[in-house]
Design a protein around this ligand. Structure first.
Ligand code: G3D
Ligand code: MG
Length: 174
């Protein structure tokens, strides 16, 4: 039985402190790093992931990190990406508004549209702070972009693998 290994470049974008690095750490190392470290420059991590029985994908996961602020550096970051996570913070409503600008920028820089998943991270905080976003509006927005919306928690690990599985399936279908 032969395993199919796809090699895929995944980028993770969105405003600062929404949990992008934490999501990657959770997925790649399966841990939540409590101490906040400002990511400087471009980092990428690789992981070979069995997204369904006997099907493997070799992922190269690029964290935009400190480049959140350095627009001119972003072209090489986007170059050759097969799929993207657009991440906002469920505990800071304005980050959802900002995500639309990130999507516009991605469309401007990339020659062709790539599949993306909209991620509302820090779902573990919802019980405490309540709903800050209008889920219907979010669902309408992603539907219009032929995408889907997933709520994750890098802290508990909830839905993190699921988000990767969904994105891999969309990238492969392309
Ligand atoms: P970034 O890479 O998008 O800039 P980070 O974000 O991954 O560095 O995370 C920013 C802060 O949010 C960190 O907290 C981190 O611990 C926290 N965080 C990330 N994901 C989650 C989550 O799912 N739930 C909760 N409750 N917190 C999360 P600090 O306090 O260190 O700044
Ligand atoms: Mg970071």
């Amino acid at each position: 039985m032969s395993d199919i290994i796809y090699s895929l470049k995944v980028i993770i974008i969105g405003p600062g402190a929404v949990g992008k690095t934490s999501i990657i750490n959770r997925f790649v190392k399966d841990e939540f790093i409590l101490k906040y470290k400002l990511t400087i420059g471009t980092d990428f991590l690789t992981k070979t992931f069995e997204y369904k029985p006997n099907k493997k994908a070799k992922l190269q996961i690029w964290d935009i990190g400190g480049q959140e602020r350095f627009k001119f550096l972003r072209r090489s970051f986007y170059d050759g990406a097969n799929g993207a996570f657009l991440v906002f913070d469920l505990s800071r409503g304005h980050t959802y508004i900002e995500i639309k600008k990130w999507l516009t920028e991605m469309y401007q820089i990339m020659e062709k549209k790539i599949p993306f998943i909209l991620v509302g991270n820090k779902s573990d905080l919802i019980a405490e702070i309540g709903e800050l976003i209008n889920r219907n509006e979010v669902e309408m927005f992603v539907k219009g972009e032929k995408s889907i919306y997933i709520e994750t928690s890098a802290k508990t690990g909830d839905n993190v693998e699921q988000a990767f599985i969904e994105l891999i399936q969309r990238m492969i279908r392309k």
